[in-house]
Design a protein around this ligand. Structure first.
Ligand SMILES: Nc1ncnc2c1ncn2[C@@H]1O[C@H](COP(=O)(O)OP(=O)(O)O)[C@@H](O)[C@H]1O
Ligand SMILES: [Mg+2]
Length: 167
C-alpha cells in the first residue's frame, strides 16, 4: 500500500503548464529522483525499469516520489513485452540488444537514461524524440528507435544554462 498523492504525477503537472517547469523545480525533482535511484540501485539492488513522468508523484511538501515498481522484478526477456507505453524513455541499448533475449541489459544505466529523458521533459514540456510521432504505429516505433539509437538530441531550446549542461 502507498499513500495517495493528490498533487498528481510530474506528467500531470507538466501537461497543465504546457511549456515545462521552472528550472528550480526541475532541479529539485531531479535531485529527489537521483536519491531514490541511488537507494534502489545501491542499497536494495533493484532496478525500476519504467522511470518516466507518469511514474513520479509529488507529495504534500513538494518532494518527488517514485511509484509503480511493477516492472522491476520481472525477467529481462519478459520486460520488453511489457514496456510498450514507455518507448520515449527507452535507452538506446534496449533497442540494439532486443534481439538477444538472454542478454542482461536492464541495469542502472537504463534507469539513469530514462531519468535524463524525464529531466528533459520537465524542462521543455516534451521529450527529445517526439518528432517520431506519438501514435503506436510500427512506422512511428521504428522512427523512434532510429532517433534514440542515433542519439541526436537538440538541447538548443533549453534556456537555463545549468540545466542544459546537466542534460
Ligand atoms: N499513490 C498514488 N497517488 C496518486 N496517483 C497515483 C498513485 N499511484 C498511481 N497513481 C496514478 O495512476 C497511474 C497509474 O498507476 P501506476 O502505479 O503507474 O500503474 P501502471 O502504470 O502500472 O498502470 C499513475 O500514472 C498515476 O497517475
Ligand atoms: Mg505507471
Amino acid at each position: 500500500m502507498t499513500d495517495y498523492y493528490k498533487k498528481g504525477t510530474i506528467e500531470d503537472i507538466v501537461e497543465l503548464r504546457k511549456n515545462g517547469l521552472i528550472p528550480m523545480e526541475c532541479r529539485a525533482y531531479f535531485k529527489d529522483m537521483l536519491k531514490a535511484l541511488f537507494y534502489c540501485h545501491k542499497t536494495v539492488e533493484v532496478f525500476h525499469r519504467d522511470i518516466k513522468p507518469a511514474n513520479i508523484v509529488i507529495d504534500h511538501d513538494n518532494s518527488a516520489v517514485l511509484i509503480d515498481f511493477g516492472l522491476s522484478s520481472i525477467r529481462d526477456s519478459d520486460f520488453l513485452k511489457h514496456a510498450e507505453g514507455s518507448l520515449q524513455y527507452y535507452a538506446p541499448e534496449m533497442f540494439t540488444h532486443a534481439m538477444d533475449k538472454d542478454q542482461v541489459l536492464l541495469g542502472e544505466k537504463v534507469d539513469i537514461w530514462a531519468l535524463g529523458i524525464t529531466l528533459f521533459y520537465m524542462t521543455l514540456g516534451k521529450t527529445p524524440f517526439e518528432s517520431a510521432g506519438k501514435k503506436g504505429t510500427i512506422q512511428a516505433k521504428m522512427k523512434l528507435r532510429d532517433l534514440i539509437v542515433d542519439g541526436n538530441i537538440d538541447f538548443d531550446e533549453i534556456v537555463d544554462y545549468e540545466l542544459r549542461e546537466l542534460l
